[in-house]
Design a protein around this ligand. Structure first.
Ligand code: PMP
Length: 431
């Protein structure tokens, strides 16, 4: 790692003085971003960073269409949703159109955390049960409720007594036949349901990130999520698909991750990429669930569904549709994954690559590849950062390199990334 210069050190210190230390920065040598364009970010000295990591700016940094929509709406009005407004209805209708008919209602929030928080509350009212099941290393957000069902926070946040977790990574990264994978996972979830019943909580929901990003990026076997949807219904609960990471064309084959799994989701939550950086989230659900919730409480979110967010979100859908970003994500993801496999396949530290669309995970191991090696992964991330290429890591111990660039990532962006990886191979970063 190259050392911080005086200006960078001063900025880091200033940030600590103002923002405290709760929110750590990325990279050993943090990046000072001043502007962006498409899949590129630029620092104060004009260096061009290839952004292989940010899914929020899904239709590209500083997207002109999003900017125009936001500017135009700010010049009209931007107040809350307790008035009749065309913007929320126009966008709501379009968004619902992307879902199966049964998912026929939407409410808007400002983040993935708020969406999951609302979805869990709705599930509880609808089912009359409290228990929640998530994967063993899941992350679903920062509210009090949602952080208490997010094991990936580590030991600092106590997990809720009404939570049961299921390990899925071992099975989904194994070479077992799909029928075996499905049988094992179904049994594990049924055991979790039993545990919640025994504890007197019942089962309100299984909440699943549809790309399992914090469990190590596990697009592998599909079909098993559909099994879990059926099993949770039998146990008295519902399936909530967390599409904060996997939604909006990210995973290539289908617009939503749960559609890759052919799963009957009862609710869907989203956020991050929805409005290309304007804070916007949503809960999409079957109307009977909303009716149960409305019969005993109400939901008003001051900023949720505001017209500026709705216009930005509409511009994102326009961009995805007109630029065919779903098939683009599929094609570029395939290209990137195939080239990485070819380059890294025989290297000692390479332990595997997984991808769906433009969401890729590369497992990094010890020099003999017998165990995972988070320090080696960190060295790779740090070296790439010094070469002006931004990626990060995922998985229980952070040993999986995580690539999740803006959907507008191009073939020449792939070339630049591959050239950098080739240099790293030559310099021995992959053993
Ligand atoms: N769910 C998943 C799967 C996420 O990855 C995240 C954010 N990383 C969230 C929910 C929370 O979203 P937000 O940060 O917008 O609150």
């Amino acid at each position: 790692m190259t050392a911080l210069d005086d200006d960078e050190r001063a900025l880091v210190e200033r940030r600590k003085r103002i923002l405290g230390t709760m929110g750590p920065l990325f990279y050993d040598r943090p990046v000072h971003i001043v502007r962006g364009q498409a899949a590129h970010l630029f620092d104060a000295s004009g260096n061009d960073y290839l952004d292989c990591y940010n899914n929020v700016a899904c239709v590209g940094h500083a997207n002109p269409r999003v900017r125009e929509a936001v500017n135009d709406q700010l010049g009209r009005q931007d107040t809350h949703s307790r008035y009749l407004q065309d913007e929320i209805l126009d966008y709501g209708e379009r968004l619902l159109h992307s879902f199966p008919d049964a998912l026929d209602r939407v409410n808007f929030t400002n983040s993935g955390s708020e969406s999951n928080d609302l979805a869990l509350r709705m599930a509880r009212v609808y089912t009359g049960h409290q228990g929640v099941v998530v994967t063993a290393h899941a992350y679903h957000g920062i509210t009090s409720l949602v952080s208490s069902i997010s094991p990936s926070f580590g030991t600092g946040v106590p997990l809720a007594p009404f939570l049961a977790t299921v390990e899925v990574a071992d099975v989904l990264t194994s070479k077992q036949p799909e029928s075996q994978v499905r049988a094992t996972l179904k049994q594990r979830f049924e055991d979790a349901f039993q545990k919640l019943h025994d504890g007197g909580f019942g089962v309100s929901a299984v909440l699943l990130d549809q790309i399992f990003s914090s469990d190590g990026i596990l697009p592998g076997a599909t079909g098993w999520v559909g099994d879990i949807a059926q099993a949770v219904h039998r146990a008295g609960g519902i399936l909530i698909a967390d599409e904060v990471q996997s939604g909006f064309a990210r995973t290539g084959e289908a617009f939503w991750g749960f559609q890759r799994h052919h799963a009957d989701a009862d609710m869907v939550t989203t956020g991050k990429p929805m409005a290309n950086g304007i804070p916007t989230g949503a809960v999409i659900y079957k109307h009977k669930i909303g009716e149960a919730f409305a019969s005993c409480t109400r939901y008003f979110n001051t900023f949720g569904g505001n017209p500026v967010s709705m216009r930005a979100a509409g511009a994102v859908l326009d961009e995805i549709e007109e630029r065919h970003l779903l098939s683009h994500a599929q094609k570029i993801g395939e290209e990137l994954s195939a080239q990485l496999l070819q380059l890294l396949g025989g290297t000692p530290r390479f332990r595997g690559i997984r991808h769906a669309g433009l969401f890729l995970g590369i497992d990094i191991g010890s020099s003999d590849s017998t165990s995972s090696d988070p320090m080696a992964a960190r060295a790779i991330i740090s070296k790439l950062r010094d070469m002006f290429i931004l990626i990060s890591s995922s998985g229980p111990d952070g040993s999986t390199l995580k690539l999740r660039p803006p959907l507008v990532f191009s073939s020449s962006d792939v070339d630049r990334f591959m050239k950098a990886c080739s240099t790293l191979v030559d310099e021995g970063y992959f053993g």
